[in-house]
Design a binder for this molecule. Structure first.
Ligand code: SAM
Ligand code: SF4
Length: 328
């Protein structure tokens, strides 16, 4: 089992399979994806992804989240999901996506055996969605959710980055409340995080998630405790609603105490935290099946370097220029 010096265990991996993205979210890639000329390494190959998953499952990992960039832009995206599902022991394979062409991809996603999907939707207002992401695609994403539900797919989560004055009013919260009243999805607000690239944006739009917490308390939502491989969200339930609400507040005092995940970047670096500089490339040990035990040793040794906190509250962003690099 992967364990760090603070007693935290890591049953959950977030693996980025590409830095490329087709959206232009203001807080992440406002000018769209640009090729990183300082790093000409290719994105992880299917065989490398498979070896990593096998290694992690032997180290006690039961859940892998595939993310990016936008993971679905990879031509072999569905093959990756299938290989993880069929050829490895990982129990839960889930993805985070911006929902591009979700209406068309819903059936294939369900057929791939995927265990869960997180879809990013910053606003239920079409114009606001377009302004934040640079794409007028809210209707196709909402249709995609409906298609998934019609096919009986259960584990759907929606993430929105909380942006002051853009999607942070009671009216915005009410819209989501109406949505989850009728839809069995978990909706979560993520507090905007500062990265190397977005300081001005952060200063302008960051707002504490307490405003949403106060809304939940006022409207009698009940706090629910976390499961072993749960994500970082604090969840709230209301028996009259089909869906749940959640808050992901990386600046909150105890956020890192419950950290249960490690990350792999699209080029095969192990990252011990979304932020900070700790992590090394493990790619040289992904080239042949017989490197498995060496790979396991290297990852286990790295665990001693995991820090207690990301120190985001001190303005620390480490080497994280934007979240498309490490996978949010
Ligand atoms: N492209 C996919 C998507 O948008 O869902 C997956 C990758 S994206 C980096 C993963 C998540 O990180 C998204 O929900 C996105 O909204 C969130 N994110 C990106 N930059 C962020 C930031 N600076 N602060 C908080 N969340 C951020
Ligand atoms: Fe792309 Fe996701 Fe970043 Fe938006 S948040 S630009 S969809 S990687």
């Amino acid at each position: 089992m992967l364990k760090d010096s603070f007693g935290r265990t890591f049953p959950y991996i977030r693996m980025s399979i590409t830095d490329v993205c087709n959206f232009k979210c203001g807080y992440c890639l406002p000018n769209g994806y640009q090729v990183d000329k300082s790093d000409n390494r290719k994105f992880l190959h299917l065989d490398e992804i498979k070896r990593l998953a096998k290694c992690f499952s032997e180290l006690g990992v039961c859940k892998i989240r595939i993310t990016g960039g936008e993971p679905t832009v990879r031509k072999d995206f569905f093959e990756i999901i299938k290989v993880l599902k069929i050829e490895t022991e990982i129990k839960k394979v889930v993805i985070t996506t911006n929902g591009y062409h979700l209406d068309k991809k819903a059936k294939q996603l369900v057929d791939s055996g995927l265990n869960g999907i997180n879809i990013s939707i910053d606003s239920l207002d079409r114009e606001t969605f377009k302004n934040v992401t640079g794409h007028d695609r809210l209707p196709e994403i909402l249709q995609g959710i409906k298609n998934l539900q019609d096919l009986g797919f259960e584990n759907i989560k929606i993430n929105a980055v909380l942006l002051n004055g853009i999607n942070s009013s009671e009216k915005d919260f009410d819209k989501w409340s109406n949505f989850i009243e009728k839809n069995k999805v978990d909706f979560r607000y993520i507090e905007l995080m500062q990265t190397g690239d977005n300081l001005e944006y952060f200063k302008k739009y960051h707002v504490s998630s307490k405003i949403f917490k106060n809304y939940l308390n006022k409207n009698k939502w009940i706090y629910q405790t976390l499961g072993k491989d749960a994500g970082p969200s604090l969840n709230y339930i209301n028996p009259e609603y089909k869906g749940k609400f959640g808050i992901i507040a990386p600046y909150s005092k105890d956020f890192c105490k419950t950290c249960n995940r490690l990350r792999i970047t699209s080029r095969g670096d192990l990252r011990l935290c979304l932020f900070g500089n700790t992590g090394i490339s493990v790619r040289h040990l992904l080239q042949k099946d017989d490197q498995l035990s060496e790979l396991k040793d290297l990852i286990l040794k790295q665990m001693q370097y995991k820090k207690e906190s990301h120190y985001l509250e001190l303005g620390e962003t480490g080497s994280t220029k934007n979240l498309s690099k490490t996978g949010g």
